[in-house]
Design a binder for this molecule. Structure first.
Ligand code: URP
Ligand code: ZN
Ligand code: ZN
Ligand code: ZN
Length: 472
């Protein structure tokens, strides 16, 4: 049955207007005033914005880390994402040195298939570049539609790749049409500072931040950008936490180097002092890179406003406080890194960003959806509201006030890092390819209905829906 959404205000990355949206066969079939509702289900969106579904470019669901596994998997994680207005995620597929890349991808397909309730794609971690890897990459791009590679410059002896690997990945990505993503921190220096701190008996969570100073995030960001310029390639820096790193991205862009930057809600609203909370509470706020001194927040907001940073990811990576974060009670370096944010990414950005006048409504859509779709080969199938695109739609009430809490969230984890925070604006209903996933704030989706997304190469459009739009 067709659906018609009436009385809402459509907001895209460039426009804002009142119109009806007709949905048929999973795509937006018409946009206009006073559309006929004959034979259609009518959805009233009075007083609400209609946004393209949020796209979260940075999630770790069902991911092994530090001897444990994230609490949220592709079922709980995507349900929570949908509650928060996200209809697409791109998760990181971890690889093991010496093993075929395809093996890792099959593992990630097994984790997600028949579980995800929204559509999803994968980035591929590159930890070494050799003949085998170079031979395999073209088929990963063409057959799997994985067009972004992730290189870790930190987590020594775990994920960290060396400079040669990063440089060769950039060169391969240029040739193949992929975007290289980096976790930019200097892992060697962190390793030294961590060992020194522990030797001196400094074991508390705050030392996580003190052993990962902002200078070495800036250094790694600048190094990755320099390599990108030399390779004439393209780079996306994930989870930018501080002024040092944001400045390096801006400098590279000024030189014409193709560098993009993502930040996350935690760096915009939380700060380093949270790591000093007593009774080991600080462990709830252990991310890498760490939370920074509060003054960095204004720099990050300004960078979003002026386009020096372009996207927001959640870096969803949830571990229980009891039983998982605990692993580091006597040694901060053993606290599993990461937190639960997939659900509140849009609400926090809307409330703290749009409502407080730091970014515009159109920027909000661009930062949480459209720009991400363009960078990761999903646009225009995903990331906008237009005739012929997937009907991934969020009906968002900008007046609802609520308090974020672990008691009401839908993530499978025993705390919320934003506990007690008041936000204004909430998704009321969320559709994925024309079907309700959330309706009137209740989950009504189907486990396993999410589809795997093959993505276009860097800089290319996603052609998947074009035949539909041309026949309409
Ligand atoms: O602390 C974090 N960010 N955990 C997730 C893994 C990563 O580095 O993105
Ligand atoms: Zn990272
Ligand atoms: Zn991450
Ligand atoms: Zn085309």
């Amino acid at each position: 049955m067709k659906k018609v959404i009436k009385n809402g205000t459509i907001v895209t990355a460039t426009d804002q207007f009142q119109a009806d949206i007709e949905i048929e066969n999973g795509v937006i079939s018409l946009i206009g005033e006073n559309l006929s509702t004959q034979g259609s289900e009518v959805i009233d969106a009075k007083g609400c914005y209609i946004f393209p579904g949020g796209i979260d470019p940075h999630t770790h669901l069902d991911m092994p880390f530090g001897g444990t596994v994230t609490k949220d998997d592709f079922e709980t994680g995507t349900i929570a994402a949908a509650y928060g207005g996200t209809t697409t995620i791109i998760d990181f597929c971890l690889t093991n040195k010496g093993e075929p890349l395809k093996k890792a991808i099959d593992t990630w397909h097994a984790k997600s298939k028949n579980k995800a309730v929204i559509d999803y794609g994968f980035h591929l971690m590159i930890s070494e570049v050799n003949e085998d890897v170079l031979n395999e990459l073209p088929s990963i791009i063409d057959n799997e539609g994985i067009t972004s590679f992730k290189v870790f410059m930190a987590y020594k002896n775990v994920f960290q790749a060396d400079d040669e690997t990063l440089f060769r990945t950039l060169i391969a990505a240029k040739e193949l049409g992929a975007l290289v993503m980096v976790h930019a921190e200097n892992g060697d220096v962190i390793d030294y500072l961590t060992n020194k701190a522990l030797e001196n008996g400094n074991t508390e969570p705050i030392y996580h931040a003190l052993t990962r100073p902002p200078e070495i995030e800036g250094e790694a960001t600048g190094r990755a950008a320099t390599f990108t310029g030399l390779a004439n390639s393209q780079l996306y820096v994930v989870h930018v936490s501080c002024a040092d790193a944001a400045r390096k991205i801006a400098e590279a862009r000024d030189k014409g180097i193709d560098v993009w930057g993502e930040t996350c809600p935690q760096y915009l609203v939380l700060d380093q002092s949270y790591l000093e909370r007593p009774n080991f509470e600080g462990a709830k706020y252990v991310w890498s890179p760490p939370l920074r001194e509060k003054w960095n927040q204004e720099v990050l907001w300004n960078a979003l406003k002026t386009g020096q940073l372009q996207t927001i990811g959640s870096d969803q990576c949830s571990f229980d406080f009891n039983g998982q974060k605990d692993l580091g009670r006597d040694d901060f370096s053993k606290i599993p890194n990461g937190g639960p944010i997939i659900e509140d990414r849009l609400s926090i950005l809307f409330s703290e960003g749009v409502k407080k006048g730091r970014i515009s409504l159109n920027q909000f859509v661009d930062i949480t959806s459209t720009r991400i779709a363009k960078l990761f080969g999903l646009y225009p199938k995903k990331g906008t509201i237009a005739v012929g695109v997937d009907a991934d739609v969020v009906i968002f009430d900008p007046t609802i006030e609520r308090v974020i809490s672990a008691e009401s969230h839908h993530m499978a984890v025993d705390y919320n890092a934003f506990e007690g925070m008041k936000v204004i604006g909430e998704p009321v209903s969320v559709l994925s390819r024309g079907e309700f996933v959330i309706r009137d704030k209740k989950f009504v989706g189907k486990i396993g209905s999410g589809q795997y997304l093959k993505r276009a190469k860097y800089g290319e459009r996603n052609h998947t829906n074009e035949s539909e739009s041309l026949t309409m």
